[in-house]
Ligand binder design. Structure first.
Ligand SMILES: *Cc1c(COP(=O)(O)O)cnc(C)c1O
Length: 213
């Protein structure tokens, strides 16, 4: 996988060192995460709070960064803050308010919904500037940039290009918020071409998930 990412980065004229690969381990046991850590993986992605919390607790002795990438209920927000290094699924004002804290900042990404289906998670593109401003004025959050999942049934690259364009508006509001969390097992190459800085890769690294995921 590292080789394929390096190759895509080279084709995009980018430095592979600026791309973080998050290995998504949802539905897999903590033992698999532990083996990944032995292989040098440090960034782990999970999409369900209870599962993530349990694994983070069990593997607390390991030096891992937990990335929360799933839809997040506001009432679970504080608990996720407690173990997550980054939250990639900030998609509404109520969640931003629930994440407010006077403690150390947690990294976060505003998730953009690239589909017409409001149930998919993410704020619609037109709502991005207002949500970004809300994050920027909320203590305890450090905005890293935008996150997106490519819509099913259409080519990923133009969808990722839309995220890159939206990111230019975000950078006007906060120049340091230039990261892009996009690209999964099947579309990471397109994501790298459009500037992804954080790939979220599951099955291409872990093999099939034990459950439908
Ligand atoms: C599961 C998941 C991934 C990883 O998907 P793969 O196709 O297994 O690489 C990435 N992002 C999110 C939000 C996910 O839920």
């Amino acid at each position: 996988m590292t080789g394929r990412i390096a190759e895509a980065a080279a084709d995009a004229g980018r430095d592979a060192g600026e791309i973080t690969t998050i290995v998504v381990t949802k539905f897999h046991p903590a033992a698999l995460v532990s083996r990944l850590a032995d292989l040098g993986v440090r960034d782990i992605g999970e999409n369900r709070h209870q599962e993530a919390q349990a694994k983070a607790a069990e593997l607390a002795a390991l030096d891992l960064r937990w990335h929360f990438i799933g839809q997040l209920q506001s009432k679970k927000a504080r608990q996720v803050r407690a173990y997550a290094s980054a939250i990639h699924s900030v998609d509404r004002g109520a969640l931003v308010d629930a994440l407010r804290s006077d403690e150390a900042s947690v990294d976060c990404f505003v998730q953009v919904n690239l589909t017409d289906d409001p149930g998919r998670g993410g704020v619609l593109p037109e709502g991005v500037p207002a949500l970004v401003e809300h994050v920027l004025e909320t203590p305890g959050l450090r905005l890293r940039g935008l996150m997106a999942v490519a819509p099913l049934g259409e080519p990923a690259r133009p969808a990722f290009a839309r995220v890159r364009e939206l990111s230019e508006h975000v950078r006007r509001l906060e120049p340091t918020a230039h990261d892009l969390s996009m690209g999964m097992s099947h579309d990471f190459r397109d994501a790298i071409m459009e500037g992804a800085t954080h790939l979220r890769i599951g099955t291409a690294i872990t093999g099939n998930r034990p459950d439908a995921g």
